[in-house]
Write a protein that binds this ligand. Structure first.
Ligand SMILES: *Cc1c(COP(=O)(O)O)cnc(C)c1O
Length: 819
C-alpha cells in the first residue's frame, strides 16, 4: 500500500467544502493549528480553529511564516491573500476531525486506544517501549489526547506502521464518539477513573459511560473491575475482556506487591498458576501503570516469562522538559529522555521562546524514526534547526554524523555519549541556551548533569504549562479586545524572571509590569521586547529607563516634572502611565492634582500618555463591594477628564486578578493579571479552574531517635516528652521558610504523611517529628504542592499566598517544566 497523497484540492473534496485554490497541486503533509509551530510551511495546512482565541487572528502570522494553505470559516480573508489556497468550512475543528477520519480509514493497522483519568501517557509510552521490538509503532506525541490532539496524532499514521497507540481524554459529554471515530481502536485500555468533578462531569457513572464510548467497537477491553462498579458486566465494551485487580477476582489477580530498593516485585494468579514480574519502580502510580501494561502483554498473548523480561527493562518516562541554570551562565533545556521529530519540534519551540542568550546550541542524538530514510530524516532535522535559528549543533551518534554537510551552521559530531564526555573539558559552553535532547539509549542524563549547576537539594519547581493554562483561563474571562498586562514584579511573584517573561511574551500578553527599573532592565537584557511598565521608577533610574525603553508609572506632579526633565529634546511621544489614587492611598494623583496635571499635559510634547490606571483595594471581598464601586466611579470620572484633553486615547485599567471575574464591567481596556497567573484568586472558591504552578521540595539529611525528655533545636523549644524520631531537612528561614512555622505550626509531606515541625526553624534547616513513620535520609519532603497547598501554609502563619511565594529566597534553585 502507498501512503495517500493529499493535494489541497483532494482535501477540499474530502471535506466536501468550497475552496478558492490558486495552486491546486499544493501538496499537504502537515496540519498546523498554531502559527508558532511550523515545520515545513510549503507543505502545511493551517486550520483557523476558534478555541481560547480565534485562529483567524493568526492567519497573518502564518502567512509571514510562508504558509499558503488555510482552512477558514470566515470568507473575508480570501480576498486579503490572493496568493493563498483557502478552503471554507462551517466548523474548522470538525473539518480537522473529518479529514483525519478519512486518513484513518485508509489504513487497517492494529490500534490500541487508552483512556482514563490518570496514567494515559505513561501507559502509552511504556507500551511503546514494551512492544517496539515487534511492531512499527505510531503513537500520540506527548499527551496529545484532546479533540485537537487526537486528530493530529492519527494524522501521523503511514503505511509502514503496524501498530498505533493513541490516548484519548475528554472534558465533557459527547466528545468521545468523535475520538472513537478517529482512533477506531481494536484494543481498549481503561487506566482508572478518578473523581468526577475534577474533569467536569456530574457523576462518576456519567464520566465512566462517556469514556467507555471510545471502545464501543473494540475487540478486546482491558480494565480493572475496581473502576467500573457503576456498570453491569454485560454492558462493558469489547467482544472479549481482560481484567486485573488487587482486591477482587480478575484474569490477572495481583496477590502481592513487594518493594525492593527502588524496584518492586508483583505476584499474581493468572490462568490458575502463580506468576511474577519485576518493575524497576516502586511508587504507587508506577505500580498501577505497570500492572496495566502487564495485563496488556498477557492479553495480547505474550507468555508470563516474556512479559517479565520486558517489564523489568521499562524506563522512566519524563514527558516534561526542564529548564535549569547551567554552568558558565548557560540556560539548559533538559529533554534527555526522548527523541523523535515531533517532540524535537516542541523542544525547539521552547528553545526559541527563551531569548535570554543570543546563542542557541542543540545537543542531539541520532533519532530512531523507524521506517524513515536517513537522508530524508536528517534533511528535515537540518531544515528544522535552521528555521528555529539554532546556531550550533552537537550531534552524537554515527548516523547523524554522516549528514554533517546538511547542517549549514556550526557543527561538531561525536561517535557516542562517552566520546562527548571525554571531550567535555575542552568544549566551551558559555552564555548560551543549550537544548539537550537524546534517544533513551544515549543516556543523555549524563550530559545534562555535566552542564547543570549542582542542584541544591531544595528546589522550587515551576510548571509552565499550568501557568499558560491559567493565562488561558483569564483570557476566556475577559471580553473581546481587552488587553492583558501580566504582573511579573518581584521575580514574577517568586517564580522567576526572564523564564516567565519569555513564556508570556511567546503567549502574546500585551504588557508586562515590574516594580523597579532594574527588574525591567534585566528583562530587556534577556530578549524581552514587550512593552514594560515600571511601577516605582526612582529618579536615579530615569536615564536607564529611557535607555531601555521602559515605561514609567507617573504618580505625582513632582515625578512628572522630573521625568520630563530627564527626557531629551529628541524624545517625542515617550510612553508613560498615569496612576490615579482612587482609594488605596499608596501612590497616585489625588483629585485636587488633576487640574494642574491637565495643564502640564497640554504642553508636554515629549510624552504620550499610554494609559491611565488605578488599583482596587478589595476587589475580591464582597463586604467591600460598595467601596470598590466608589473606586471605579471615581476613577472613571478622573480618567474621562484627563482623556478629554489628550490627543490620543489612553488605555484605561483598574482590575487586578480578583477584579477580572468579579467586576467584569471594570475590565475597561486592559486588566492587570497578577496572582491568578500563579494559581490563586480570592474571587474563586478553592481557586476553581486554576492550576497549581509551583511545588517546593527539600530533602531529608539525617534521622535521629531521641529518648524521652530530650529536646530539639535552639532554646530547647522542641520537647519530646515520650521520645521519638526526628528528621532534619535542608530548608530554613533563609530560604523563605518562615520562623513562624516552628514548633508544630508548619507541616511537610514525607512519603505521603503530613508531619509537623519540631523546635524552632533554623537559618538553613528544619527538624520534623516523624515518630512512627518510615523515613530515610535522602527522602523528599514537600513544603507545598497541590495537595498541601500554599493557602494552608498562609493560614497557618496568618499571612497571604503572595507573601509565602515572594519570600522564597533566590538561593532556592528554580527548575521549570514544560510538556
Ligand atoms: C501587584 C499589582 C497587581 C496585581 O494584583 P493581583 O492581585 O496579584 O492580581 C495589579 N496592579 C498593581 C498596581 C499591582 O501592584
Amino acid at each position: 500500500m502507498q501512503n495517500p497523497i493529499y493535494t489541497i484540492s483532494r482535501i477540499a473534496e474530502i471535506l466536501n467544502a468550497d475552496a478558492r485554490l490558486v495552486d491546486k497541486q499544493a501538496f499537504i503533509q502537515y496540519l498546523v493549528i498554531d502559527s508558532r509551530s511550523v515545520l515545513v510551511p510549503e507543505n502545511s495546512l493551517f486550520f483557523a480553529l476558534s478555541s481560547h482565541r480565534d485562529g483567524h487572528g493568526f492567519i497573518k502570522d502564518a502567512y509571514h511564516k510562508q504558509i499558503r494553505n488555510f482552512v477558514i470559516t470566515e470568507e473575508k480573508y480570501i480576498n486579503e491573500y490572493p496568493d493563498c489556497n483557502f478552503i471554507r468550512v462551517d466548523d474548522a475543528l470538525k473539518a480537522l476531525q473529518n479529514l483525519t477520519v478519512y486518513h484513518r480509514n485508509q489504513f487497517d493497522l492494529k490500534t490500541i486506544g487508552i483512556t482514563g483519568s490518570n496514567g494515559k501517557t505513561i501507559v502509552k509510552e511504556w507500551l511503546y517501549q514494551l512492544l517496539a521490538a515487534d511492531y512499527n509503532i505510531v503513537r500520540s506525541p506527548k499527551s496529545y489526547n484532546s479533540q485537537i490532539g487526537v486528530p493530529l496524532s492519527v494524522w501521523q499514521i503511514d503505511t509502514d506502521n503496524t501498530l498505533g497507540i493513541f490516548e484519548a481524554g475528554i472534558s465533557a459529554v459527547n466528545e468521545m464518539e468523535t475520538l472513537a471515530e478517529i482512533i477506531q481502536p481494536q484494543i481498549g485500555i481503561l487506566t482508572n477513573i478518578g473523581e468526577a468533578h475534577a474533569e467536569g462531569f456530574s457523576s462518576k457513572g456519567e464520566k465512566l459511560k462517556e469514556k467507555l464510548k471510545l471502545f464501543a467497537a473494540a475487540e478486546l477491553f482491558i480494565y480493572s473491575p475496581d473502576y467500573v462498579s457503576e456498570i453491569n458486566f454485560q454492558d462493558l465494551p469489547g467482544k472479549k475482556q481482560f481484567s486485573w485487580s488487587s482486591t477482587q477476582s480478575a484474569d490477572l489477580r495481583i496477590i502481592a506487591v513487594e518493594s525492593l530498593e527502588g524496584n518492586c516485585r508483583l505476584r499474581a494468579i493468572y490462568q490458575d498458576r502463580e506468576i511474577a514480574c519485576m518493575l524497576p519502580f516502586n511508587d504507587r502510580a508506577s505500580i498501577e501503570n505497570g500492572t496495566i501494561c502487564w495485563a496488556t502483554l498477557l492479553a495480547l498473548g505474550y507468555s508470563a516469562e516474556q512479559a517479565d523480561l520486558r517489564l523489568e527493562k521499562l524506563s522512566h518516562v519524563s514527558m516534561r522538559l526542564e529548564l535549569k541554570n547551567g554552568i558558565n551562565q548557560c540556560s539548559i533545556i533538559d529533554d534527555s529522555y526522548s527523541a523523535d521529530i515531533s517532540s524535537l519540534a516542541i523542544a525547539l519551540d521552547f528553545l526559541n521562546q527563551q531569548n535570554q542568550h543570543p546563542k542557541k546550541t542543540v545537543i542531539l542524538s541520532e533519532l530512531f524514526e523507524t521506517g524513515r530514510d536517513d537522508l530524508d530524516l536528517y534533511s528535515e532535522i537540518a531544515d528544522l534547526l535552521a528555521q528555529k535559528k539554532v546556531n550550533r549543533l552537537i550531534g552524537i551518534g554515527t548516523h547523524i554524523a554522516k549528514y554533517a554537510q546538511r547542517f549549514k551552521f556550526e557543527t561538531q559530531f561525536f561517535e557516542d555519549t562517552n566520546a562527548f564526555i571525554d571531550a567535555f573539558p575542552a568544549l566551551h559552553f558559555n552564555h548560551e541556551t543549550i537544548l539537550v535532547k537524546g534517544a533513551r539509549r544515549f543516556e543523555f542524563g549524563r550530559i545534562s548533569k555535566l552542564l547543570t549547576q549542582k542542584i541544591h537539594d531544595t528546589v522550587l519547581e515551576i510548571d509552565l504549562n499550568a501557568m499558560v493554562g491559567n493565562l488561558q483561563f483569564y483570557r476566556s474571562k475577559i471580553k473581546p479586545g481587552v488587553k492583558i498586562m501580566a504582573m511579573v514584579k518581584a521575580f514574577s511573584y517568586g517564580s522567576g524572571s526572564f523564564e516567565i517573561a519569555n513564556l508570556l511574551q511567546f503567549h502574546k500578553v500585551d504588557y508586562l509590569a515590574v516594580a523597579y527599573a532594574d527588574e525591567g532592565i534585566a528583562l530587556r537584557k534577556a530578549g524581552i521586547t514587550l512593552p514594560i511598565m515600571v511601577m516605582s521608577p526612582e529618579e536615579s533610574a530615569f536615564e536607564a529607563i529611557i535607555k531601555h525603553n521602559l515605561e514609567p508609572e507617573i504618580y505625582s506632579l513632582e515625578i512628572f516634572n522630573s521625568f520630563l526633565k530627564a527626557l531629551s529634546d529628541q524624545n517625542y511621544d515617550y510612553p508613560i502611565h498615569l496612576k490615579i489614587d482612587s482609594g488605596m492611598h499608596r501612590l497616585g494623583f489625588d483629585e485636587q492634582d488633576i487640574d494642574k496635571l491637565s495643564e502640564l499635559l497640554k504642553d508636554a510634547q515629549q510624552i504620550k500618555v499610554q494609559s491611565i490606571f488605578s488599583h482596587l483595594v478589595a476587589s475580591g471581598a464582597s463586604e467591600h463591594d460598595g467601596f470598590t464601586q466608589q473606586q471605579i466611579d471615581k476613577f472613571n470620572l478622573i480618567a474621562n477628564k484627563l482623556t478629554a484633553i489628550l490627543s490620543c486615547k489612553p488605555l484605561l485599567h483598574i482590575a487586578n486578578t480578583s477584579g477580572i471575574s468579579r467586576w467584569p464591567d471594570a475590565q475597561m481596556d486592559m486588566v492587570r493579571l497578577g496572582i491568578g497567573l500563579y494559581g490563586f484568586d480570592s474571587a474563586l472558591s478553592n481557586n476553581r479552574g486554576l492550576q497549581t504552578t509551583m511545588v517546593l521540595k527539600t530533602t531529608v539529611t539525617q534521622i535521629k531517635t531521641l529518648d524521652a525528655g530530650e529536646t530539639v533545636g535552639y532554646s530547647r523549644s522542641g520537647v519530646m516528652p515520650n521520645g521519638g524520631k526526628i528528621a532534619t531537612v535542608k530548608i530554613g528561614y533563609a530560604d523563605g521558610y518562615s520562623r513562624a512555622f516552628g514548633n508544630g505550626i508548619g507541616k511537610m509531606l514525607i512519603n505521603g504523611y503530613l508531619v509537623p515541625t519540631i523546635g524552632s526553624i533554623c537559618m538553613d534547616m528544619t527538624m520534623l517529628d516523624i515518630t512512627g513513620i518510615d523515613v530515610k535520609p535522602g527522602d523528599e519532603a514537600i513544603v507545598f504542592n497541590q495537595e498541601h497547598s500554599i493557602i494552608e501554609l498562609a493560614k497557618q502563619i496568618n499571612t497571604i499566598p503572595y507573601e509565602i511565594l515572594t519570600n522564597i529566597s533566590q538561593r532556592v534553585k528554580r527548575v521549570y517544566f514544560y510538556e
